[in-house]
Design a protein around this ligand. Structure first.
Ligand code: AMP
Length: 170
């Protein structure tokens, strides 16, 4: 099954010049959704992952399923101000301005093996922030998993040192 054909390109969203990779067309197809997740999970079955860190919001959908299948915990990395309890924050640079991710400070214990999950790797700033948050809590990031990678943006360079996987590359 060619998963690429389940990804919808939406030009000029959320702003002019950006081609948004819409994964809702994959999520709404039961067979494509299951196949994509099975492929994302397969490489990590023997890694004894303790926590999957999913990045808001599409990383929650993928990461939640992965944690369930791996039999480990799920930790949300959220946009600022969303988490109710004491949190750690990591800021990162966007094309214009900055953004940040937060994680509950008791979400990961020292030495735990962490897998970071998001739908798409663009410049890599978001995933790097999530990895740094996991490390701030003493976690060991053993992998970063994406459904889609925009290779021409060279996000992997920013994530050098981490094992990075993606299913679909553009
Ligand atoms: P980056 O930090 O540049 O790697 O951006 C990755 C984050 O932005 C992910 O959470 C993606 O969901 C989102 N994102 C960036 N570019 C796109 C795109 N072209 N289509 C869909 N999502 C995108």
């Amino acid at each position: 099954m060619d998963l690429e054909k389940y990804i919808r390109d939406v030009p000029d969203f959320p702003k002019q010049g950006i081609v948004f990779k819409d994964i809702t067309t994959l999520l709404q197809d039961g067979d494509a959704f299951r196949l994509a997740l099975n492929r994302m999970i397969k490489k990590h079955l023997d890694e004894k992952i303790d926590k999957v860190v999913g990045i808001e919001a599409r990383g929650f959908v993928l990461g939640g399923v992965m944690a369930y299948k791996l039999g480990c915990g799920f930790v949300p990395a959220r946009k600022p101000g969303k988490l109710p309890y004491r949190s750690k924050r990591e800021e990162y640079t966007l094309e214009y301005g900055t953004n940040a991710l937060e994680i509950h400070e008791d979400a990961i214990r020292a030495g735990e093996k962490v897998l970071v999950v998001d739908d798409l790797l663009a410049t890599g700033g978001t995933a790097l922030a999530a990895a740094k948050l996991a490390e701030m809590l003493g976690g060991q990031v053993v992998g970063i998993e994406f459904l889609i990678e925009l290779g021409f943006l060279h996000g992997r360079d920013k994530l050098r040192g981490y094992p990075v996987h993606s299913l679909i590359s553009y």
